[in-house]
Structures are given as C-alpha cells and as structure tokens.
Design a protein around this ligand. Structure first.
Ligand code: NI
Ligand code: MN
Length: 224
C-alpha cells in the first residue's frame, strides 16, 4: 500500500490491489500542491467535511465510477451533482471492497460548498491491507481521542498541526501521546500564513515522547 501526500489535508492511498482512495481533495487552489486536479484519479473520495480546502476538487476528479464517502448531509450535496455517493455518520463503519471506513468525531465546523448545512465535521479511520490509518480531518483537541484509542490501534496518524483552525503542534503532541500510533504524519500547516508552523519542531516534541514522526514533503510517498 502506498500513501502519497499532496500538502494540506490531501492524501492518496493506493491499496495493494490498486484501488485509489483520495482523502480531502484540494489541488488547484492549494499553493503547496505539486499536482493539479486533472492529474489525480480516484475510485473512492473520502471527505472529512465540507470546507473548500477539503473537498474543493472532489467534483473535478470524480468520474462516473468514483464513489464519494462522507457524512449524509455532505454526501447529499454531491449526490445532487450526479456523483455516486456512500453516506455514513460519525460512529459508523462500513466495509468497502478495499477495506473498512469508520467516521469519528472532529471538533470543527462544516458547510457545503454552496453554503448549506453539511452535517458534522468528521475524522476518518481506515483499515486497509491489515493497517489502520487515522486522518483526523480538521479538529481541535478533544478528550474523546482517548476513547478512540480504546477501540482502535492506529498505525499511521495524519494529524493537523497548523493551529488557528485546528490543533497547534503542542495540542497535536498530546493527541498523539493518547493514541500511541506507529507513525505520525503532520498535515494542515504552512499552506497559508495563518497556519505557519515548523513541522520539525513538532517532530522533536513527539520524539521526546517516544513517538515517531515522518514530515512528508508535498508530492512524496511512503509504503505502508
Ligand atoms: Ni475546515
Ligand atoms: Mn481545513
């Protein structure tokens, strides 16, 4: 399985059997993205919440074969646009042909791209090819992260560190110490001045707690 980072909160997972899963697609407006929407294809698009920096390019990359996975209200928006969708809610899990998707709590807002109610913002926990990947979406620090640890053993934690809209690096270190993942990958920072952070400082703070960090460069990929 391959995990590729496109900067901000956008990732692509290619499973061992070749299924392409894109999380939080935002390329054309993303100043750090090494690719454009036209370069990306997906069998599944999983969206944490409706803000433009998380789903802005979902419609551009969706083909008639693509399924968008999101909370019901946001899925409904894409269904109206004629895209295949699978609606879920926080606390729910579903086994897709590629693996299992669970939606979890995230402390954040949400709305559809045209300004309507989009349900709750979510985190995404994937279990694919025997590994678990937790994309926290946009979220502040919240105590139920400890509850999530009771139900999931996380191998790869994709965690926002930018502050202002999400956790700061210090909050993210605390969340990571609660979840004890195998590897932490920081996201949602340096895309614009308000969320400027030093990911190497974050990595140092994590490593002082015995937590491994990989600061992925936009466009880089790792094997999981
Ligand atoms: Ni957001
Ligand atoms: Mn965001």
């Amino acid at each position: 399985m391959i995990l590729r980072y496109f900067a901000h909160a956008a990732f692509q997972i290619t499973t061992n059997n070749g299924t392409r899963i894109v999380i939080d697609p935002w390329f054309d407006g993303n100043p750090l993205s090494p690719v454009k929407a036209r370069d990306v294809s997906a069998d599944y698009i999983i969206i944490s919440h409706g803000h433009g920096d998380h789903c802005g390019d979902a419609q551009k990359i969706a083909t008639p074969e693509t399924t968008i996975v999101a909370v019901s209200e946001l899925a409904g928006y894409f269904k109206e646009a004629g895209i295949k969708t699978h609606a879920m809610q926080i606390g729910g899990c579903h086994c897709f042909p590629f693996g299992r998707v669970c939606l979890t709590k995230a402390e954040h807002g949400s709305m559809t791209p045209d300004g309507r109610y989009a349900g709750l913002a979510a985190g995404i926990i994937l279990t694919i090819d025997g590994k678990s990947i937790y994309h926290m979406g946009d979220t502040g620090l919240f105590g139920d992260i400890k509850l999530i640890k009771e139900r999931f053993d996380i191998d790869y934690l994709l965690i926002p560190i930018g502050g202002n809209y999400t956790m700061s690096p210090e909050d993210a270190v605390l969340a990571a110490t609660w979840l004890k993942p195998g590897l932490v990958i920081p996201m949602h920072y340096n895309t614009f001045p308000l969320i400027k952070q030093d990911p190497l400082h974050f990595a140092k703070l994590c490593e002082a707690q015995g937590i491994l960090v990989n600061v992925m460069e936009p466009g880089s990929e790792i094997s999981l």
